[in-house]
Design a protein around this ligand. Structure first.
Ligand SMILES: Cc1cc2nc3c(=O)[nH]c(=O)nc-3n(C[C@H](O)[C@H](O)[C@H](O)COP(=O)(O)O)c2cc1C
Length: 168
């Protein structure tokens, strides 16, 4: 798949086959995560690629929706806000760095033929407890992942002119 095919094929998938995700795919996704840019190259985000059934079930139980429980993998992004770049006005780049790296993971997963869905609707404190994440670190996002068992929802987007302006 070329880059634009990957971008076009990436959709949120909320139904998964039980087929396991192999190590080779996990390592290619890890390489894509590691290639993500971060402010001052500080890389303040770590990822856990969770295949362990018990841990996965406990993490899925932190989610507001049911579908994460059926994914063969839950990818968790853990932000370390004390290790990220800060601007003088108080802006902390941890969430931005996390979002870029998570999207790299999601696009790499798409290239692997995997479906995934970024999940923010979860109990962050409970998820931190499950993963042993201690403040000030926090679980920034979860991403259930696996081979798709159902197509995505309808593709709906704004018109290009509503979101993108070329200024010469
Ligand atoms: C920051 C963020 C948080 C999201 N949280 C959830 C979520 O908690 N549950 C869910 O089902 N989808 C979640 N999504 C997926 C969006 O609903 C989805 O990306 C959007 O509807 C567009 O659909 P598409 O990804 O299939 O193109 C989230 C996406 C993003 C980027």
């Amino acid at each position: 798949m070329d880059f634009y095919e990957v971008v076009r094929n990436r959709r949120s998938i909320r139904s998964f086959k039980s087929t396991p995700v192999p190590d080779e795919a996990a390592h290619r996704i890890a390489a894509a995560v590691n290639a993500a840019p971060s402010a001052c190259n500080l890389q303040p985000v770590t990822f856990k690629f969770i295949r362990n059934a018990d841990l996965k079930a406990r993490l899925a139980a932190c989610c507001k929706q049911e579908f994460p429980a059926e994914a063969p993998v839950i990818l968790a992004a853990i932000c370390a806000p004390e290790k990220s770049w800060k601007r003088g006005d108080g802006f902390n780049s941890a969430d931005t760095d996390m979002a870029i790296a998570m999207e790299h993971a999601i696009l790499a997963a798409t290239a692997e033929g995997l479906g995934s869905c970024w999940v923010c609707a979860f109990d962050s404190e409970k998820a931190a407890g499950v993963l042993g994440v201690e403040a000030p670190c926090y679980v920034g996002a979860l991403c259930p992942m696996g081979y798709p068992a159902a197509p995505p929802r309808e593709f709906i987007r704004k018109e290009e002119s509503q979101i993108f302006e070329v200024i010469d």
